[in-house]
Ligand binder design. Structure first.
Ligand SMILES: Nc1ncnc2c1ncn2[C@@H]1O[C@H](COP(=O)(O)OP(=O)(O)OP(=O)(O)O)[C@@H](O)[C@H]1O
Length: 253
């Protein structure tokens, strides 16, 4: 597969996505007609003010929640066409997740945590891939440790390795550095960037942090449930300036 072909392909996308929570007086339009694509081999950050719909967009794009209208696709697969069983299988086989809480199993070793999704799915792990991944995340000398014997940053690196273990089409990360100090956070972000570039994977990350967003290839900005801007090759300063503009001029500028 060549890089040229990859650039034209989309790992995940939503089209005219609308998500309404509640009814009547309590109705909230969390997504109000968002169309956005996440190309293969790219690291995209989703940013925007609190309540702008970032987590909702991620959850709907990843098949963790359903849209009120519009479509969410992983590759060419429309998630709304899948029943629960098929959706679960798709999530397991084609999507990886990294959350703010590391969600590791305390009684399992690092190695067992990394292969857990594959073990649960009854899949044979691709040893060569896992081996390279363990080196990428720098955990070779910790494989037989339990999570409680690791620092927060190391635990999140295990979660990153677990997310990439089954060679997913796309990894969704929701505030992956939210529980980490800035140095460990930086390591995890560099790791995500490296995983995208070295293994040609796709990462979509929700973050509040302009420094974190600067590790992405592109930032998409949400405000009031709408996509309001995109920024290629972001820097922390430019992202911060863009966010300040939301505060100064109101959400939809
Ligand atoms: N389960 C729910 N029921 C009702 N309203 C919800 C639910 N989940 C989210 N919302 C509302 O939808 C809107 C978007 O929420 P969402 O969590 O997607 O925003 P966000 O940009 O991720 O926010 P934050 O940065 O604060 O995490 C908010 O107004 C929120 O209160």
């Amino acid at each position: 597969m060549t890089a040229t072909v990859n650039r034209t392909r989309t790992a995940a996308r939503v089209v005219d996505a609308v998500k309404i929570y509640g009814k009547g007086d309590t109705e909230v339009r969390a997504l109000d007609g968002v169309s956005v694509d996440f190309p293969v081999g790219r690291f995209t950050a989703i940013m925007g003010p609190s309540g702008s719909g970032k987590s909702t967009l991620m959850h709907c794009a990843a098949g963790l929640d359903t849209l009120t209208s519009g479509s969410a696709l992983i590759g060419d697969t429309d998630l709304s066409a899948l029943d629960d069983r098929r959706l679960t299988l798709l999530r397991r086989e084609r999507i990886g997740f990294v959350f703010q809480a590391f969600n590791l199993i305390p009684t399992l070793t690092v190695a067992e945590n990394i292969t857990l999704p594959m073990d649960l799915a009854g899949e044979r792990a691709d040893r060569e891939w896992l081996d390279a991944l363990v080196d990428t995340v720098g955990l070779r000398d910790r494989l037989h440790h339990r999570p409680s014997e690791l620092s927060g940053g190391q635990q999140q690196r295990v979660a990153v390795a677990r997310a990439f273990g089954g060679r997913p089409d796309v990894v969704f990360a929701d505030e992956p550095t939210g529980n980490l100090d800035s140095r460990s956070g930086e390591e995890v972000l560099r790791l995500l960037g490296r995983a995208v570039r070295q293994t040609d994977r796709t990462v979509v990350m929700v973050t509040h942090d302009p420094v974190a967003a600067a590790h992405a290839d592109e930032v998409v900005f949400l405000a009031d449930g709408r996509l309001v801007d995109r920024m290629e090759a972001p820097t922390a300063d430019r992202v911060l300036d863009r966010l300040k503009a939301f505060d100064a001029k109101g959400a939809t500028t």
